[in-house]
Design a protein. Structure first.
Length: 395
């Protein structure tokens, strides 16, 4: 069961400033970095799916576990952390301390989740899945550093960091996706395009703390969608479809910007018009940047993302998440819970408004959003998940 403490702990990543000892032309936030990293991990993973030992679930959960760890060791600079990892005894003590700090928060997710979380870090071998995550982490870090370097080319440590990143780049050249990123401008442009969502602020017309980006919101929704999927005992494909639909559900906003719900509801038909425009722009600007065989999957993640669907003999059918639980919770139906993703999207918006109000915002729009979402889900259950119980935590 997802509880208030876990939701607020995950949201702490929206406060965490990166590169805060360097001159930055823009804020670089941990939540955004982790989101960008998982977008890159998806791209790298698509090139490695046929490799022995590859497992999308391990990549998704590894990304979640690494974010949780980062929430605890936020004050450790990377060179210090890597130094500790080289000493097995010191790293073991650090892992145990991190788990102790998080145990009460993650324990409601169940003993199996806690066991996998602890086991992920105790196994120090780099299999193909960890290698993909490490490479994605590296590329997202380098992406940030390139911004800092352009703003401060003669700054302290800039040359040393640049040399270290170039050296690390060579370590991942065996991954097809990494080599393709440096050969194929289209793939690089896709990562850059997704990266623009780091600078696109949600609720941009309101003053609030912390500011959150569209891409950071997308990761929050993806994590919640995955955790809800585990609670439903969803099949593997369903878990993955829910996670990646959450991770990419707002990708079209890089082309249209974040259009707030009141605007979409203001005029009858405007929401459908926006959706149609998003499809046109995705076809024009995005699909040409990625391999054609990826298009159906990205289309599922970004179009009608709040519809619950299954696939029977190549035909998409619209069902309810309760139907999926009863009859279609099997990889062969390629199920996706749009209602769960919508619930995760709304829960993330609720947390954003709740935290902003707690931090002193008196804006009436935030109060209205918080109350309306709480009323909407106060007595709602979706596929066996008691949403009202989650919102009741915030009374």
């Amino acid at each position: 069961m997802i509880r208030k403490a876990l939701l607020l702990k995950i949201f702490d990543a929206a406060y965490m400033q990166r590169w805060n000892d360097k001159m930055r032309p823009v804020d670089l936030i941990e939540m955004d970095k982790q989101a960008h990293k998982m977008v890159i991990a998806y791209l790298l993973g698509k090139f490695e799916e046929d490799k022995s030992g590859f497992d999308w679930i391990n990549i998704v959960e590894g990304g979640i576990f690494e974010l949780f760890q980062r929430l605890v060791i936020t004050d450790l600079k990377p060179p210090v952390f890597y130094k500790i990892k080289q000493n097995s005894n010191e790293y073991k003590r650090l892992r145990e301390w991190v788990y102790k700090e998080l145990e009460s928060i993650i324990s409601p997710l169940g003993p199996d989740f806690c066991r996998r979380f602890a086991g992920y870090f105790s196994n120090t071998e780099e299999d193909i899945n960890k290698r993909i995550l490490n490479a994605a982490h590296f590329y997202a870090t380098k992406w940030e550093f390139d911004i800092i370097k352009r703003a401060n080319p003669e700054g302290y440590e800039i040359d040393a960091i640049d040399k270290d990143l170039r050296k690390r780049q060579e370590q991942y050249q065996d991954l097809t996706g990494i080599s393709q990123l440096y050969k194929n401008n289209d793939l690089k442009n896709f990562i850059d395009l997704c990266g623009q969502l780091r600078f696109q602020t949600r609720w941009s017309h309101l003053s609030r703390t912390p500011k959150t980006s569209v891409i950071g919101h997308m990761l929050f929704v993806a994590i919640l969608s995955y955790l809800f999927s585990l609670e439903m005992a969803a099949c593997k494909r369903r878990c993955l479809n829910n996670y990646f639909s959450g991770l990419f559900h707002d990708l079209p906003e890089v082309l249209t910007r974040d259009i707030i719900s009141p605007v979409k509801r203001a005029v009858e038909g405007i929401s459908d018009l926006i959706k149609e425009y998003e499809k046109e722009q995705m076809q024009k600007e995005v699909y040409g940047l990625i391999p054609k065989e990826w298009h159906p999957e990205i289309r599922m993640f970004t179009e009608n993302e709040f519809d619950s669907i299954i696939n029977i003999d190549g035909n998409i059918q619209h069902v309810t998440s309760d139907d999926i639980n009863k009859m279609y919770n099997d990889d062969r139906f390629n199920p996706r819970d749009g209602k769960i993703i919508k619930a995760a999207d709304d829960l993330a918006a609720f947390i954003e408004s709740y935290v902003a109000i707690r931090n002193g915002s008196t804006n009436q729009d935030l109060h209205v959003a918080k109350l309306s979402l709480k009323n909407k889900y106060g007595k709602m259950s979706i596929a066996g998940i008691n949403m009202g119980e989650i919102y009741a935590d915030f009374d």
